[in-house]
Design a protein. Structure first.
Length: 221
């Protein structure tokens, strides 16, 4: 998973790229112009930037230069400007690679995965909506504020987030977090820990941890 910043003024193409990348559990922040990009860029750190060069109100080259003032995250240009001179200008601005339009979305997906694997980006953070886990630091943030969890609560949250969209049963959680036979825990162990975890995440409306009655729990939509 990675936090990806997408600057593309073609809204249809932008939406297609976002959908393709979200298949790999990436979070995509999509903007459509230079000025909007400058405002949104300050919000958080990103693992990868996908930038169009020709924008209605500026240049992706200039935005890349601004990125390089504070970030070493990889930058890929999505552009029809694939002449040697254009490519040299892009590399001089600080980009890592090009992908020429038009391109198959599946090719872009594979290229993004390859770049993230090579650079190590996107490996340490798991994010969903306003909830973020930094697995390197073992910290949990909700709306940018740190939430202090016990070791068991932290491992339970990680397990649920890693299985987002799947139903996990109480037996699966017990096996994953405690002894495979459920030793040293009673029938209420999972329920009690889920309740405490929801309280700490302010998740009374079950926006994150959702009860699937008669089965177990799932994370997210």
């Amino acid at each position: 998973m990675a936090d990806i910043f997408l600057l593309e003024d073609d809204r249809i193409l932008s939406r297609g790229i976002s959908i393709a990348l979200e298949k790999d559990e990436h979070t995509v922040t999509a903007v459509y112009g230079y000025l909007e990009a400058m405002k949104r860029y300050q919000d958080q750190k990103y693992d990868l930037f996908l930038l169009d060069i020709n924008l209605p109100d500026g240049s992706g080259l200039e935005f890349c230069r601004r990125i390089r003032e504070s970030s070493e995250a990889p930058v890929l240009f999505l552009t029809a400007n694939d002449t040697e001179e254009d490519m040299l200008s892009g590399f001089s601005a600080g980009c890592d690679d090009y992908i020429s339009k038009p391109f198959p979305l599946e090719v872009l997906r594979k290229k993004v995965l390859a770049v993230l694997k090579r650079t190590g980006g996107g490996n340490s953070r798991i994010r969903y909506r306003d909830l973020e886990i930094d697995t390197d630091k073992c910290t949990v943030l909700v709306k940018g504020r740190e939430v202090h969890l016990t070791a068991t609560e932290y491992r339970m949250l990680c397990y649920l987030m890693e299985n987002k969209g799947r139903v996990v049963t109480k037996a699966m959680i017990l096996e994953q977090l405690w002894d495979v036979d459920g030793n040293f825990v009673d029938d209420n162990t999972v329920r009690v820990n889920i309740k405490r975890l929801r309280q700490k995440l302010n998740d009374e409306k079950q926006e994150y941890i959702v009860t699937v009655f008669g089965m177990g729990y799932t994370f997210g939509e």
